[in-house]
Design a protein around this ligand. Structure first.
Ligand code: AMP
Length: 585
């Protein structure tokens, strides 16, 4: 059987040969999928023909949603109104994206219902949606547990469990939640675990909760998408925006996402680009759902050339043919870089991931090179003349290709008469100038944005310590009115906060638990967001209050804490102060 599968893989099967139902085949044809991607070539026949569990090591953007989604939709019984497939994912955005994809695949299977449930949003609406007993549930672990405890979801009939981005779920403290969910599922199920990396904890889950499992690796472990070239420009930090403009001007057909670190930066960069005449818009967490949908659909339909976005806001965006991803700032996490750059170079197309770095960030590029096992190429920021030349020939190419309408014919004799005094060269000069003077004017005295090599110093500090130093003196300590008495521990608390705040960019610092309360640090510039999320989405009875500020993670741990005054503080407490900063969604 295995030989048979290999033989077929070597021959590159079509979707028809993979054995999908006609309803699914017509849906994916309408979406525009022509041939199965490698992860689909390997996974789909395995799910159909074998009974073992499955571990798939694949990066995001490799087509894994269809790899598990299509066979699951093929195998569930659409006449039965009960949850037969459960897909766990780390973030609300990923949940929505998976559910949207699956709903598109199930377009011609009218009885199939796919419902996403996730934290960071009112539970009431979601409870109504699960009431219809969908066949497929896509959930974040925290929200699913909440519903299980309320006995609103029944998982006795689950025959497929997918753990998507399992390594991310672990990073976000969901391990215990996942284990609790796994124990609530019937033994007679198939488990499929998808992960970009294989840390020891994932291997342990696979050992403990999966029957004999088969491993499929797509591409190189921890590698960035194969078709992506990684380029970087070194400029002074204050020249970042000018460098961005040059890069965009140098790529007139660019269709890409500019990733920023904060909402504020996203807004600022987008506003400047719009004022400077670029076809750009911003996508960030401050937009209403209607505004977000409108920006995303404009971008998807190529109504925008550049989308300036935060990582979180861009999660729900599924766009196939980006030419570029631009890191306006490098992300703090190497994994985030992998996610960003994996958004280009998809479906066998070439893509370019550009990073604009400042003079002390070259060591961060070196770490990315090591992690991705890919070479990053430093490119000089083009000078004004190079940009002008590029734009000029872009204009000429456009002119060559422009479709000439018959409707202008009647006007030609008069135009010709009016311009008889002009030589051909003069006429060309004038037409080109008409479009092009704006560029020439802007770039006439454009400065050289490149930093002389001797000024590019290797940074002395690690990525983490750089961030700490930058944000030194800016921590807010929060107190939550639940602790070890309510069965919380550090991981549970982290997962709980994650599920309420639902924002990967928020970092949680030192966590400490006592019997009836717990305490955690967040950076001051993210504190309001955390507080607001708790106000809106925390379960009844949960109260969060800020109990003080401190100067740095280190000093915060040494100094007496504000919560020393708490009645329970003399009792045994647990803390993660040896791990001051946790990865977040
Ligand atoms: P995923 O890894 O599931 O997020 O998929 C990455 C991207 O590839 C998404 O934009 C999918 O719509 C697209 N995709 C998935 N499978 C195919 C396929 N067989 N052909 C073309 N595009 C695909």
């Amino acid at each position: 059987m295995v030989c048979c599968i290999f033989a077929r893989i070597l021959r590159l099967m079509t979707f028809q040969e993979l054995g999908l139902k006609p309803e699914l085949l017509s849906a994916i044809t309408e979406i525009g999928f022509e041939t199965p991607m490698p992860v689909q070539q390997q996974t789909i026949p395995f799910i159909f023909e074998q009974t073992d569990d499955l571990v798939v090591l694949a990066q995001t953007g490799t087509g894994k949603t269809a790899a598990f989604g299509l066979p699951i939709l093929n195998l569930i019984d659409s006449t039965q109104q009960k949850v037969q497939a459960l897909i766990l994912a780390p973030t609300r955005e990923l949940c929505i994206q998976i559910a949207n994809d699956l709903n598109k695949f199930a377009k011609h299977l009218p009885k199939v219902r796919v419902v996403p449930i996730y934290g960071g949003e009112s539970i009431v609406k979601q409870l109504k949606q699960v009431d219809v007993q969908p066949q497929v549930l896509v959930a974040t672990p925290g929200r699913l547990l909440d519903m299980l405890r309320r006995k609103k979801v029944h998982l006795n009939d689950v025959s497929f469990l997918v753990l998507d981005e399992a390594d991310e779920m672990l990073n976000m403290g969901f391990l215990e939640d996942i284990e609790t969910i796994l124990q609530a599922l019937p033994d007679a199920r198939r488990t499929m675990l998808f992960s970009a990396t294989m840390p020891a904890e994932i291997a342990r889950i696979a050992r403990n909760y999966m029957k004999t499992s088969h491993e499929i690796t797509v591409g190189v472990r921890n590698a960035g998408a194969e078709n992506v070239s990684h380029l970087y420009y070194v400029v002074q930090a204050k020249q970042r925006y000018l460098a961005l403009k040059r890069i965009v001007d140098m790529n007139p057909d660019i269709y890409g996402i500019v990733f920023c670190r904060t909402r504020q930066e996203t807004k600022e960069v987008a506003e400047k680009l719009i004022v400077d005449g670029y076809n750009a818009d911003a996508l960030h967490g401050d937009l209403s759902q209607v505004q977000r949908d409108s920006v995303m659909s404009k971008f998807r339909l190529h109504g925008l050339q550049l989308l300036v976005a935060t990582d979180v806001a861009a999660r729900g965006l599924d766009v196939h043919n980006l030419t570029h991803v631009i890191n306006y700032n490098l992300p703090d996490d190497a994994e985030v870089y992998t996610h960003r750059s994996g958004r280009t170079g998809r479906a066998n197309k070439k893509g370019i991931s550009i990073s604009i770095i400042h003079t002390r960030e070259r060591n961060r590029i070196r770490s990315l090179e090591k992690l991705l096992k890919k070479e990053f190429t430093q490119v000089p920021v083009p000078d004004g003349m190079a940009v002008c030349k590029k734009q000029l020939f872009h204009l000429i190419n456009k002119m060559e290709k422009v479709e000439v309408c018959d409707e202008i014919e009647p006007f030609l004799p008069e135009i010709e008469k009016k311009l008889t005094y002009l030589e051909k060269e003069d006429m060309l000069r004038r037409f080109v100038s008409l479009e092009f003077n704006r560029f020439l004017e802007y770039y006439k005295n454009a400065p050289d944005l490149n930093v002389p090599e001797k000024e590019i110093k290797p940074a002395k500090k690690s990525e983490k310590s750089t961030e700490k130093t930058k944000r030194k003196g800016k921590l807010v300590r929060f107190r939550l009115n639940v602790g070890t008495k309510q069965n919380f521990n550090i991981n549970r608390l982290l997962a709980f906060i994650n599920d309420i705040v639902c924002d990967r960019s928020i970092k949680i610092g030192s966590i400490e638990l006592i019997a009836k309360a717990s305490f955690f640090d967040v950076y001051a510039d993210q504190a309001e967001q955390v507080f607001n999320a708790f106000e809106k989405f925390a379960p009844n009875g949960i109260r969060l209050e800020a109990v003080g500020t401190s100067s740095s993670p280190k000093s915060n741990r040494k100094k007496p804490q504000q919560h020393k005054k708490e009645p329970d503080s003399s009792k045994k407490s647990t803390s993660n102060s040896d791990k001051p900063w946790r990865r977040r969604r």
